[in-house]
Design a protein around this ligand. Structure first.
Ligand SMILES: [Zn+2]
Length: 460
């Protein structure tokens, strides 16, 4: 058994943990009498579709209740809109510190809120990498000042992400790191991975992997297969992923560590992960919006906007991932939001960096391409963005029950609008879905009861 207890993702930031009991009670009292907001005539998701129009009341940063009546400070029209707990992304590259030309905390967290996300786990492959408790503390402090979506930082597994020596997991956890990952770079040394898993298991921390066998993936810039051969581009075989998923899940089984397999992109890796889980490996499985909606055929345009790691795979792989979603084999959808500058992404396909910026398009993309097509129920998509990621982390599932944190997103399920990168809050405006007409755009996002994103207010 893990000693990791279910905690509230919204109420357990290290700063609040350090508060004295009397300070906490004071905050709660102040909260109860704080500003009161109502979302009028909202539709709530339920097991059998959408509820009747309901007034949702928010007070002092918490959900107060439904159809209560009475005076309010702020009234928001949510007619014919879905009101649901704000999403949780376990996989976003916010590039801060050190790569602020690509993204920074303020732009990344604003992009998250614009995508309906209320909580984001930031990846640690920054400059310098987040391998030191002071860097974690600084991220947490700055994110609180920004007051946008909540930040729960990841820290690196190895010092400098060099894959040689473990970081001080206990100190990183004490500083507020919620996950350990060298994501961006696979951990090549199996012995180091084993020691990391043993250490993380003791602390109840999640290790997230970037599972690609580095020597097998080599210099591949796209999926190895018929399309890469026709284009004469260096391929990255699905076997590189399947081999590493086997190793990482095997070490999870050996050590009992909670290993989260990030961005599973192909049928073979998914089959390996599922087989290992069925045989006792304590793992969880993530897929991304790009691997559910794009194939290696996209690379025929030689456009680096489609260059991502692991690479876009074949239509058969996409079909298998969708089938895995339907079976409930996938724990969460992580965006792997990976912003780069336009100049970087306009380089030659061989030279351009890997990564797709997608925080703001994720829900509309998946709602339009999976839910409206009848391939996935809305409730299943919501679970992959709410209770699913919470469960991966051992956090309480977000709910709309009275007393829960008022981290809410309001989704416009009806209006069909084109993807317009130029209106993204992210510094990265280029994306693979530019111009595609989608439904299901987030319209409002509240975090701690405060409006962090409002499309109507010219935010879009
Ligand atoms: Zn990765």
């Amino acid at each position: 058994m893990s000693d990791h207890q279910a905690e509230d993702p919204t109420g357990s930031e290290p700063t609040s943990k350090r508060q004295s009991p009397s300070r906490s009670r004071t905050s709660a009292r102040r909260g109860a009498s704080g500003p009161r907001t109502v979302l009028r005539r909202a539709r709530l998701a339920s097991a059998d579709g959408l509820s009747e129009p309901t007034d949702v009341y928010v007070r002092g940063g918490l959900v107060e209740g439904f159809d209560l009546g009475g005076a309010v400070d702020l009234e928001l029209d949510a007619r014919e809109q879905l009101v649901t707990p704000a999403f949780i992304d376990l996989h976003a590259h916010l590039r801060d510190p050190g790569q602020e030309v690509k993204e920074d905390l303020a732009s990344g967290l604003a992009a998250a809120a614009a995508g309906g996300f209320g909580t984001v786990v930031s990846m640690a492959n920054t400059t310098p990498p987040v391998d030191d408790p002071g860097l974690v503390t600084d991220l947490v402090r700055r994110a609180e000042l920004i007051g946008q979506a909540r930040l729960r930082p990841a820290a690196t597994v190895s010092v400098g992400m060099r894959g040689e020596r473990l970081t001080d997991f206990a100190a990183l956890k004490a500083a507020g790191a919620v996950m350990l990952t060298d994501d961006g770079i696979p951990i090549a040394d199996a012995h180091l991975m084993r020691r990391a898993c043993e250490y993380a298991a003791e602390l109840g921390l999640v290790i997230q992997t970037h599972s690609e066998e580095p020597r097998l993936r080599a210099d591949g810039v796209m999926n190895e297969g018929r399309v890469s051969r026709e284009l004469g581009l260096p391929g990255n075989t699905a076997s590189a992923e399947a081999v590493m998923v086997f190793r990482d899940t095997e070490i999870a089984r050996l050590t009992g560590a909670r290993v989260h397999i990030a961005h599973v992109s192909c049928e073979r890796a998914m089959r390996v992960a599922e087989w290992q889980r069925a045989n006792g490996a304590p793992i969880t499985i993530e897929v991304t919006p790009q691997h559910l909606t794009l194939t290696d055929e996209s690379l025929r345009a030689f456009d680096p906007v489609f260059k991502v790691a692991p690479p876009l795979r074949t239509a058969a792989d996409v079909a298998h991932l969708k089938e895995a979603l339907r079976r409930g084999a996938v724990d969460n959808i992580g965006t792997d939001h990976a912003p780069h500058t336009l100049a970087e992404k306009e380089r030659d396909l061989l030279e351009a960096p890997f990564g797709i910026a997608n925080l703001e398009v994720t829900f509309a993309l998946l709602y339009t391409r999976l839910v409206l097509t009848g391939e996935l129920p809305l409730a299943a998509l919501l679970r992959l963005l709410q209770g699913g990621p919470a469960s991966v982390m051992g956090w309480q599932a977000p709910t709309l029950t009275p007393g829960a944190a008022a981290d809410l997103t309001v989704i416009d399920l009806e209006s069909e609008l084109p993807v317009q990168g130029r209106s993204f809050k992210s510094k990265a405006k280029h994306n693979p879905w530019e111009g595609e007409r989608l439904r299901g755009w987030p319209r409002l996002t509240l975090v701690r009861g405060n409006v962090c994103y409002d499309r109507e207010a010219g935010d879009r």
